[in-house]
Structures are given as C-alpha cells and as structure tokens.
Design a protein around this ligand. Structure first.
Ligand SMILES: Cc1cc2nc3c(=O)[nH]c(=O)nc-3n(C[C@H](O)[C@H](O)[C@H](O)COP(=O)(O)O)c2cc1C
Length: 197
C-alpha cells in the first residue's frame, strides 16, 4: 500500500520524530511505500481564511480550492493509507493539524451531500491511523475519558465520517516522567504498528 504520513511537530528531531522514524521503518519492512509530509517544515498554512470559508459554505463541489489545498489533495489521491503522527496537546492535535482538517477536508472532496441527504466522498484512502505520544499515563487517559473523547473525534468524525472504511487511534501515554523505559516501550509499540499496518 502507498501510505501518506502527515507529521505535525515543530521539531523533526523530537521524541515524536523518533516515533515517526520507527513507525516508518516498520511500514517499509512490511513492504509499504511511504510519502512523508512534515507540515511545519513545509510551512502549511492552517488558517481557513474568509475566501475559503465562503467556498466551503457555498456547498458547491465544483468551486476551485486554494492551490495549497489542491496540492494536499493530490498527494492524498496518490495514497491508500493515511497516518497522522503528532504529540497530544491539550487533549487534541496541534493547531497546525486541526487547520489541516479545516482546510483539506473540503466539501466536494472529503464529503458532499446527495439529493437524498446521504453523504458521499471522493477520498481514495482505505485505512487511516492516528499515532500520538502523550504525557499522561494510559491509566489517566482512560480514567478521565480523554482517550475515548479523542478517538471519537479522530476516528468517528475525521476518518469514518469522511468515508474512510477503517480507522484507528493509538494514543501512547506515559511520557511525562521522561523515563527511558517508557520511551523504549512507546518506540517499540510504534514500530509494531508500522509493521502491522
Ligand atoms: C503545549 C503542550 C500541551 C500538552 N498537552 C498534553 C495533554 O493535554 N495531555 C497529555 O497527555 N500530554 C500533553 N502534553 C505532553 C505531550 O503530549 C508530550 O510531551 C509529547 O507527546 C512528547 O513528545 P515530544 O517530546 O516529541 O514533544 C503537552 C505538551 C505540550 C508541549
């Protein structure tokens, strides 16, 4: 499968960057091809401006989208797999990735309404994964309901909700103590997820 990996961390040389490296090594060892997109390094603009807001709310699937959005959609069109790798910030994705959804999941591409009010999509992605290291322990993420809240948003809404048949969240908690064994455990889990994608 050809997999588009969207990386959203201000530092490529970060723990999240190591998670991305070991995950991509797993993908490659399983025979997948990878296109790696570093949203910060590429200078992706996450702000939906007044002009694009007008296009989105006109609900006209034929209206042209900004060139940078069309470029994002062109690389999605080359992929069957989609992976988001980001640090868990304030119980959500970093703002640059939130803005990616605002701007790239456009009406007429990610979703459209038919006459009978059913939703359709032109997205070619068959399988998606959100992979995110987190400071809180796994126990705390579960006890506070934060893992399930994030799963609903990432998987139910931003994946299954735009017609991707298979979606999954892997929130890898336990980083706040900065313990080497926790880091090793998370990196091993990320590698296994790449191998099994
Ligand atoms: C701005 C900011 C907000 C954060 N918010 C959360 C949070 O809501 N829940 C959590 O478990 N960890 C949170 N963390 C911790 C990060 O998830 C954790 O440090 C990160 O995954 C480690 O990756 P890094 O070293 O590559 O940045 C936050 C960290 C930062 C910098």
């Amino acid at each position: 499968m050809h997999v588009l990996v969207l990386f959203a961390h201000p530092r490529r040389a970060s723990f999240t960057g190591e998670v991305a490296d070991t995950f991509c090594a797993g993908l490659a060892s399983a025979g997948h091809t990878v296109e790696f997109a570093d949203l910060y390094a590429e200078g992706f603009d996450p702000l939906l401006d007044a002009e694009q807001f007008g296009l989105e709310t006109s609900l006209d699937p034929a209206s042209p989208r900004p060139a940078d959005v069309e470029a994002e959609q062109a690389r999605l069109d080359r992929a069957q797999g989609l992976v988001f790798i980001y640090p868990f910030w304030w119980s959500d994705v970093p703002a640059i990735l939130k803005g990616w959804f605002d701007r790239v999941w456009t009406y007429g591409y990610a979703y459209a309404y038919e006459a009978d009010r059913s939703r359709t999509t032109r997205l070619p992605i068959r399988k998606a994964l959100a992979l995110s290291p987190a400071g809180h322990t796994d126990e705390k993420l579960d006890a506070l309901g934060l893992r399930e809240a994030h799963r609903k948003v990432m998987v139910e809404d931003r994946m299954l909700g735009v017609g991707i048949p298979e979606g999954r969240l892997e929130l890898l908690g336990g980083l706040s103590g900065n313990l080497p064994e926790e880091r090793r455990r998370i990196l091993a889990a990320a590698n296994s997820l790449g191998c099994a994608f």
